[in-house]
Write a protein that binds this ligand. Structure first.
Ligand code: ARG
Length: 590
């Protein structure tokens, strides 16, 4: 039946992204205060706050910020400003003074109209921007290690990195997502040796990671017993570095098979990379790094290793070459910086890893300054660290231990949701597809709901609670907006909307939240904090939920119905867009 009813909100028009054209009340206030006080309105803009509760207005200006400059008491400044502030278009119909603060109340009619017009014009590009146009952003994330399990320790980098990627793209930046695979290092010498000896016994095509892990453990044990085997392994890696055909062929096989297995997880999460240049890619690019560092005179020998001393920066030295002559993780990262500067001419080069690597990146960023690169590149190296995942009983998962495979984890999420659906709504069509969106969405949302540096608590019941502050909750409210529109069968035309019909408290709360969406996305980008967006979506979903519970949407007087329907449509649009920016997909039913 639904297919027969015209559903204009399902139309996907290709509207060119543009700058938001919302009336910027904050800027209007800043300009006026700037004119009166003779202070740069950009500074004023920074001072303007959003009060914690609605009784204190929509914006507040702390007058004490000008006290020094104007040589007056805040209270007096407040009085003076209030008297002189005139808004020609009545953008701010009311100003209050409260203890040295000026509280501004925006013109609600104007607010509603600017928001709805912008929604109508931009549709799913609402909140996007072109601030990033012409700027290149490298985002280095996920980056699991070849021949090792893609486990829960890589969940956060994958999810956070993906969201940052999407958010920046939405703001018009040209993003380059790099999966800096751990595909190089002495362990490959061992794997090659193990495979050479017992390869036939293992079915690495069928089950690459598990089988390669077994081979690795077995050869490692043998190395401990027999020094000569260890030597063979070292030789293999040396050969690999020199491009030996047999070793390269095996290494490539391990890599291809591993990537194929990782791809299953990326498919489930619908994550794509622009580059899979991992550590191996830099094997032939490290000599240049070493050469440059030699020329600076700062590359010194220490206990047989070659290091850059960083004691003047209060850091342990950065090891460029190990005692056995082999290169390091850090050297590869230095080569990668040079490559990315040249290849991508980046404006920012962002690394998303756990806080365990804070020191590593500090060292690398410091040493990068010695590479002779333009400051533009070395000033824009950004490490975005995050906390560990903790199970409810307090166990941590690190990069090493606690091997819960991501694939298993995501599958478990989906099957748990299937069980819930079977209990609550057994006749739902496309159950499997919907369970996928909900289950995986729940895991993603849980990962993004707190400031990233906090440890994440991983608890199924919490993240799958449909009434909690969760992914499923946002999806559930979104589905509500859809079903209201399905029921009415139309989205009203904007021209027919009487904005006065949305001036009740609940509607206004939603309008204000929608008004802030673009700003929220920008903040999330600036701070590399998807949680800002995640929390915003919860507020919006909650606001809609209480609006929905307190009001009749369909069956009211036509004008009221149309106004509320339009608001419902706008809410659904922003919920979906926001969730997508977190990497979450929306079901249309649930
Ligand atoms: N493979 C590394 C790990 O598993 C992460 C790599 C992060 N990126 C980088 N350029 N170092 O911890």
């Amino acid at each position: 039946l639904c297919a027969l009813i015209p559903q204009p909100w399902r139309e996907r028009k290709n509207i060119k992204k543009g700058e938001i054209n919302l009336v910027d009340f904050k800027e209007i206030i800043a300009k006026k205060i700037g004119e009166i006080s003779n202070i740069d309105s950009k500074n004023i803009y920074e001072f303007i706050e959003t009060p914690p509760n609605k009784e204190m207005g929509d914006y507040a200006f702390p007058c004490f910020k000008l006290a020094k400059e104007l040589k007056k008491a805040p209270q007096i400044i407040a009085n003076d400003l209030k008297e002189q502030l005139v808004f020609e278009n009545n953008e701010i119909p009311k100003i209050d003074i409260a203890g040295g603060y000026l509280n501004f109340y925006v013109n609600e009619q104007m607010l509603i109209s600017t928001v709805l017009k912008e929604i109508e014009k931009s549709k799913e590009n609402y909140g996007s921007s072109n601030v990033g146009q012409g700027k290149n952003i490298v985002i280095d994330y996920s980056s699991p290690n070849i021949a090792k399990p893609f486990h829960i320790g890589h969940l956060r980098t994958t999810v956070i990195g993906n969201s940052i990627y999407k958010i920046y793209k939405f703001l018009g930046y040209n993003c380059i997502g790099v999966n800096h695979l751990g595909d190089w290092g002495t362990q490959f010498g061992k794997l090659i040796e193990g495979y050479k000896r017992w390869g036939e016994e293992y079915n690495i095509e069928e089950n690459p990671i598990d089988e390669l892990t077994k081979i690795y453990i077995r050869i490692n044990n043998l190395c401990k017993e027999d020094e000569s085997v260890l030597n063979d392994c070292r030789n293999n890696f040396k050969k690999l570095e020199d491009g030996d055909e047999y070793c390269t062929k095996l290494w490539k096989k391990f890599r291809d098979l591993s990537i194929k297995e990782f791809q299953k997880v990326y498919d489930m999460l619908d994550i794509h990379f622009d580059s899979l240049n991992g550590e191996a890619f830099y094997a032939d690019k490290m000599a240049e790094v070493v050469q440059i560092l030699e020329k600076t005179g700062k590359l010194v020998e220490s206990e047989g290793a070659r290091i850059i001393d960083l004691s003047d920066k209060n850091m342990a030295p950065c090891i460029i070459g190990k005692t056995n002559g082999s290169t390091t993780y850090a050297t590869r990262d230095l080569a990668a910086i040079m490559y990315r500067a040249r290849e991508y001419d980046y404006d920012k080069n962002i690394y998303v890893t756990s806080y365990e690597q804070i020191l590593h990146f500090k060292q690398v960023f410091e040493v990068a300054k010695l590479l002779g690169l333009d400051e533009k590149y070395t000033d824009n190296l950004i490490h975005v660290p995050f906390g560990m995942i903790q199970s409810k009983d307090g166990r941590m998962s690190t990069r090493e231990g606690n091997v819960i495979k991501l694939e298993d984890l995501l599958n478990e999420a989906v099957s748990r949701v299937e069980t819930i659906i079977d209990a609550k709504n057994p006749n739902l069509e496309d159950k499997k597809e919907i369970a996928k969106k909900i289950g995986i969405g729940a895991v993603i949302f849980n990962d993004l709901y707190n400031s990233r540096i906090k440890d994440e608590v991983f608890d199924w019941d919490t993240m799958l609670n449909f009434n909690g502050e969760t992914g499923p909750y946002i999806q559930y409210i979104y589905v509500r907006t859809k079903s209201v529109l399905d029921k009415s069968g139309y989205v009203p035309k904007l021209e027919s909307i009487n904005f006065e019909k949305l001036q009740d408290k609940k509607s206004l709360e939603i309008v204000k939240l929608i008004y802030n969406f673009g700003e929220i996305v920008k903040q999330a980008a600036e701070k590399y904090e998807p949680y800002i967006l995640a929390r915003y979506l919860i507020s919006l979903a909650q606001a809609f939920s209480s609006f929905y519970n307190e009001n009749k949407i369909i069956g009211e007087d036509q004008q009221v119905q149309d106004a509320r329907l339009y608001l419902t449509y706008a809410t659904g649009l922003v919920l979906e867009k926001g969730a997508n920016l977190l990497g979450i997909k929306m079901p249309q039913k649930m």
